[in-house]
Design a protein around this ligand. Structure first.
Ligand code: SF4
Ligand code: SF4
Length: 477
């Protein structure tokens, strides 16, 4: 462990982590230090420091548990904080180390030993309160609608505090509806210039041509089989950012699910999923929000809980783990978690029904919290496969994080910026009409990167394209 002294006396945060990890010892012990996870780790790949690898971070956690390292130390704080939480290290680990769970415990200990910066604490407070986040997002939508967000992203300097503000405004501008531009992109079968990168050579992987969901003919009529009965009664998590900035995607999710045979019922008292809090070391805050969601969805009496945000789905599928030391709530949280589905899982299960042509080319990126945390890579491609005329190019390096990782792009502008620029380069190399990814954080991170490079291209969610296809087919307004 070059550069990290692990023999210092343990501090107050060490006890917290030691006791938290002690209870999870079976999750920490399986690491056999083989290093298979190192090449999958974006921070290790960029920095080349073992301490910024999954194996190195697990070693630091073990050192804190053993009392050889202080949880308040710079070393522990810096390297745990630099982790994206992308979980690309999990699927490649032969020992099945549950890195994501261990990271959240380590973050909690680090945050207790040394509280996060004020802006981070403020943001978590706002996201955790329905009363506070409503005016926050009203302000955000006003900045977006008036064009001030776009203007600020163009004229503010790229360095310092104003540089952080510029990135935030670019992310806000990138949350705007991108389907309009796709509608205008080209007539069916027509040639056109690529808004992502005119003249670059596509270096991409085509979407799975064997997908059973590609309609045999664009004019296939919708099957009447579904209209007779319902598949399941589902409640949609409206979320915090999703409700505040991507309400159109929630609406498209409800419409496309209904058209595919699901009863979608409102869950008005649903809340933020708690992912931002868990990733930020505030596990108590995450549990409070999780409890509110369990109450709300149980009251709504739904069979399944559906989300269209990869990060929210990953967090809610792990509510059981979040409460596993709470004898009163563990079983209930586990049962709730087993009912959580990403919208693409439900649509894939339903077919989904094909719609009308939407002629466009999309540069598709896998969200980490869908592919690595939920093991869902095919389902969103199956959703897009139901849209005749839409070509999907999975970008080079689609299994690597975009650098957004919650608020990582803002809290780590240098490293997050490097990772983000590599992602944007891969998206632009796909030379399509728009980027496509099913997670709001990734949409904003990639969209901001495109804007800051001057590309006139948007980022869309797969259900927006399926919804557009249904709308064009006249299945609904
Ligand atoms: S986390 Fe898994 S892949 Fe990485 S060193 Fe440990 S056992 Fe090997
Ligand atoms: S979660 Fe991502 S950044 Fe963190 S150690 Fe694993 S692969 Fe690396």
């Amino acid at each position: 462990m070059a550069g990290v002294r692990v023999a210092s006396a343990a501090g107050p945060g060490s006890d917290t982590l030691a006791s938290a990890l002690e209870a999870q010892r079976e999750r920490l012990l399986p690491c056999v230090h083989c290093g298979f996870c190192l090449p999958a780790c974006p921070t290790y790949e960029r920095l080349g420091d073992e301490n910024d690898s999954p194996r190195g971070r697990l070693h630091l956690m073990q050192a804190v548990v053993d009392g050889r390292l202080d949880a308040a130390s710079d070393a522990f704080h810096t390297h745990i904080d630099r982790c994206l939480g992308c979980r690309a290290c999990e699927p490649v680990c032969p020992s099945g180390v549950e890195y994501g769970t261990l990271l959240e415990l380590a973050r909690e200990a680090a945050a207790r030993a040394r509280p996060p910066a004020l802006p981070t604490r403020l943001l978590l407070s706002v996201m955790g309160s329905r009363t506070a986040r409503s005016p926050f997002f009203v302000g955000g939508r006003m900045l977006r609608a008036t064009g001030l967000a776009s203007l600020g992203a163009r004229i503010l300097p790229s360095e310092g505090v104003l540089g952080t503000g510029r990135l935030g405004l670019a992310m806000l501008a990138a949350s705007a509806d991108g389907t309009d531009r796709i509608r205008r992109a080209r007539p069916a079968g027509g040639a056109h210039a690529s808004p992502l990168a005119e003249g670059t050579s596509p270096d991409t992987t085509p979407a799975d041509p064997e997908s059973p969901n590609v309609p045999s003919s664009p004019s296939d009529p919708p099957s009447s089989a579904f209209s007779a009965g319902r598949r399941a009664r589902v409640g949609l998590l409206e979320g915090c950012v999703q409700k505040g900035l991507f309400e159109r995607i929630n609406a498209a999710t409800a419409r496309t699910l209904r058209f595919n045979g699901y009863d979608v019922v409102p869950v008005p008292m649903g809340d933020c999923c708690g992912a931002l809090h868990a990733h930020g070391g505030d596990l108590d805050g995450a549990r409070r929000l999780a409890q509110r969601n369990m109450d709300a969805f149980e009251r709504a009496d739904v069979d399944l809980v559906v989300t269209n945000a990869a990060g929210c789905g990953a967090a809610m599928k792990e509510y059981g783990t979040l409460f596993d030391s709470d004898a009163d709530l563990a079983d209930r949280a586990g049962a709730f978690a087993r009912r959580v589905r990403d919208v693409s899982e439900l649509l894939e299960e339903a077919g989904p029904r094909p719609g009308a042509e939407v002629p466009c080319t999309l540069a598709y990126d896998h969200p980490c919290h869908l592919q690595h945390a939920q093991g869902l890579a095919h389902a969103p491609l199956a959703v897009l496969g139901a849209v005749p005329g839409t070509e999907v190019r999975v970008i080079e390096g689609a299994d690597e994080c975009c650098g957004g990782a919650g608020i990582y792009g803002i809290t780590h502008p240098d490293l997050g910026g490097r990772i983000g620029r590599d992602k944007v380069a891969a998206v632009r190399a796909a030379a399509g009409d728009a980027a496509c990814t099913p997670n709001p954080g990734c949409m904003m991170q990639i969209g901001a990167g495109l804007r800051l490079e001057g590309a006139r291209a948007d980022v869309v969610h797969p259900v927006e394209i399926l919804d557009e296809s249904y709308r064009k087919a006249g299945y609904y307004e």
